[in-house]
Design a protein around this ligand. Sequence first.
Ligand SMILES: *Cc1c(COP(=O)(O)O)cnc(C)c1O
Length: 433
Amino acid sequence: MDGFNVNIETSQKLQRRASRLMPGGVNSPVRAFRSVGGDPLFMKKGAGAHLVDEDGNEFIDYCMSWGPLILGHADASVINAIRRTAKNGTSFGTSNKYEVQLAMLIKARFKSIDMIRFVNSGTEAAMSAIRLARGYTDREKIVKFNGCYHGHVDHLLVAGGSGLATFGTPDSAGVTAGAAKDTIVVPFNNLDLLEEAVEKDRKNIAAVIMEPVPCNFGLIPPKKNFLQGVRELCDRYKILLIFDEVITGFRLAPGGAQEYYGVKADITTLGKIIGGGLPVGAYGGSRKIMNRVSPVGNVYQAGTLSGNPLAMTAGIQTIKKLYKINAYDILKNKMNKLNDLLKPTLMKYKGKFLFAQLESIFAFYFTSSTSIDGLDQVANCDMKAFSRFHGEMLKRGIYLSPSGYEVGFLSTAHTDDDLAATAGAVSESLRAV
Ligand SMILES: *Cc1c(COP(=O)(O)O)cnc(C)c1O
């Protein structure tokens, strides 16, 4: 991080040690700053919208732990609830009342969910949802969309070619050709190509899995009626539709993209916000489908720490507070404010730089496009420019997710001052880039 005008010696020292102990010094690859360059920062404290690193530098955070922290860091009511629950133990390996409470809160907002199963990560939720879909339909193939991320599940770590629907090829070493061959990959926002792929193999397809709004390869809103079209196609061929709402659940709206766009999934995966900052995942659907999960049905799935009282408590408290403070109105107002503050800068850099946003999710793109509705447009963005922008923003105390393919999140804790400082930093950083 040459030219960085804040001291990050402690982070650098920790990173040197970490690199010898953990691959890349990290426990999740994008944290290593490889795609933006520079040194990853070691954080010691979060409060509201702010993060403080081990050298005492303070940042306005828009990564928000990759989405879960919709109330900001260390929300007092969430932390106090965790503390109260933890006094009685962290895990019993038995059922506890918090599982029931969180299940009720989720079911109340997702009309497609009668029953739910908690797991420990979004990855696990996607993996289990796929197994359930295969067990339920007695079919083996699945369809996924290029650029949609569902965690590091073998048969979902599969890439298609650009453009046409293709059989997947492993996107990671260690994923077998066997795992990839049961995955059909299609482009997002193209109903014709999906239909073509599905018709070709209709008797063998168990499920279509998708992020209803892809948020892991930039932010790509679905075209009008695209989700409805996917739903109708799945109904026609009795294929299960899996919505991966790990990001969008309780983010776009309490009932996720399903509530936001009025389209129901057969199986929904959740994570992030429903764990309030602790490790969690979940999958749910109709009683008929979920009754196929063990011990009632023959689709096996289990977890030592699943539904543990701490993660459940953090999720319950987060959701309750979201309702109590009318969080979705607050977030809408804050995003409008940020849009207004950025407007002069965006006008100035029109045709070079784009700020895209959906509710409280946003992305910065270095592109000449005026809107983003496909993978190719994101792929064609100038990621080198983004790297420089990321570094300039960091210098000015703004922590963006360290990759141009990742989105940013507003929380209810971002203040007007934070937003004004951010808009100022964007303007200055663009000048420097
Ligand atoms: C984060 C994410 C996952 C994976 O969740 P983990 O808890 O990181 O395993 C899956 N799907 C989507 C859409 C995600 O954003």
